[in-house]
Design a protein around this ligand. Structure first.
Ligand code: AMP
Length: 249
């Protein structure tokens, strides 16, 4: 079974992002970039399926600028067998990424696509769902357990008040939640091995996909600064302020 794992290059989760002065977006110049954490979980899950003998090949895919190659090398250091970069400098929105991935699915014919549930930069939580719709494949989002059983995959999802288990006919789309697994550390020997693994590059036009953005960002703003607190002399004043100023009680 072949598994396709889309991995996005995003601002590292430890970086405190700053909004650009003109409010057009977030400043990513000279900022540490890493693989989207949910995508690391997706690669780890695919590698575990390969180690169990369920998967035979893992193909990592990233769509974006040339530097996404680093993200793909990391995916291969975790254990992906090869990688495809869909290279473009254009701003990519989830629908465009879903269309690129759908075109690659037609080329590669994987049985399973495992994506992150959301990218921590745009927080869209859309690409996996859109891909499932474009392909007309079953989907299980926010997976916390994945078990392949014959021509089906059983996916457990954390829902309000318990766990839901779905059985999907393969081929299928899965998106990962935080508790699915804990990705392994990438070791130096594996980083060296990953340098020798194949990495192909294609352009959106090669896949016949128009990636022109459909949505326009009007404004990006920092959250309002927290104002300094005050000390109140007694409980009565506190209750009065909560009631009449903050209006929370
Ligand atoms: P989003 O819908 O943007 O929150 O992203 C959800 C998931 O889609 C991510 O965790 C990735 O697995 C995948 N994805 C989104 N954008 C890209 C991209 N540019 N390249 C590869 N995978 C992506």
């Amino acid at each position: 079974m072949k598994i396709l794992v889309p991995v996005k290059r995003v601002v590292d989760y430890n970086v405190k992002v700053r909004v650009k002065a003109d409010g057009s977006g977030v400043d990513i110049a000279n900022v540490k970039m890493s693989m989207n954490p949910f995508d690391e979980i997706a690669v780890e899950e695919a590698v575990r399926l390969k180690e169990k003998g369920v998967a035979t090949e893992i193909v990592a895919v990233s769509c974006g600028v040339a530097q996404c190659q680093e993200t793909l090398r990391t995916a291969m250091a975790i254990g992906a067998d090869r990688a495809i970069l869909v290279e473009t400098d254009a701003e990519l929105q989830p629908l465009a990424v879903a269309k690129l991935l759908a075109a690659l699915v037609q080329r590669e014919s994987p049985q399973l696509v495992i994506l992150g549930k959301q990218a921590i930069d745009d927080d869209a939580n859309q690409t996996g769902q859109m891909l499932a719709a474009l392909l007309d494949w079953p989907q299980a989002t926010f997976a916390s357990k994945v078990e392949v059983k014959g021509d089906e995959v059983e996916v457990t999802r954390e829902v309000d008040g318990g766990l839901e288990t779905l059985a999907l006919k393969l081929p299928a789309i899965i998106t990962t939640d935080l508790r699915l697994n804990e990705p392994r550390y990438v070791t130096l020997p594996n980083i060296m091995k990953a340098k020798k693994k194949p990495l192909d590059t294609v352009k959106p036009a090669d896949l016949g996909v128009d990636v022109t953005p459909r949505l326009q960002t009007l404004r990006v703003a920092e959250p309002p600064k927290r104002s300094a607190g005050i000390k109140v002399p007694d409980v009565a004043t506190l209750v009065d302020k909560l009631k009449n100023e903050a209006k929370v009680i």
